[in-house]
Design a protein around this ligand. Structure first.
Ligand code: SF4
Ligand code: SF4
Length: 77
C-alpha cells in the first residue's frame, strides 16, 4: 500500500497507463505486470488498484493517470 497516494477506483477506466509508466520508469520496460501499481478486474469494469512492495512513492503513476483515479496526499509540514 502506498502511503502517499489516494485511490479512487470509481474514476478508474482500466487503461493501465499508470502501470506502463511505472514499469518503464523503474525497469525500462513497458510491461504492466512489472509495475509497482497493479490494476485488476479491468475487464469486469470494476477496477481494483493496489500497490506492491517496492513502490517508491515517486508519484509518476499519479502524474500520468488522466482520469483522476490517483491523487497525491497533501504532505503536512
Ligand atoms: S489508475 Fe488511472 S492510469 Fe491507472 S488504469 Fe486507472 S484510469 Fe488508467
Ligand atoms: S508511485 Fe512510482 S513506484 Fe509507486 S506505483 Fe506509482 S509510479 Fe510506481
Amino acid at each position: 500500500m502506498s502511503p502517499n497516494i489516494i485511490i479512487n477506483e470509481e474514476k478508474c477506466v482500466g487503461c493501465r497507463i499508470c502501470q506502463l509508466w511505472c514499469s518503464y520508469i523503474h525497469k525500462k520496460v513497458f510491461i504492466p505486470s512489472e509495475a509497482y501499481i497493479q490494476v485488476k478486474n479491468v475487464y469486469d469494469l470494476n477496477p481494483k488498484i493496489s500497490f506492491l512492495d517496492g513502490c517508491t512513492n515517486c508519484g509518476q503513476c499519479v502524474e500520468y493517470c488522466l482520469y483522476g483515479a490517483l491523487t497525491l496526499k497533501e504532505v503536512e509540514d
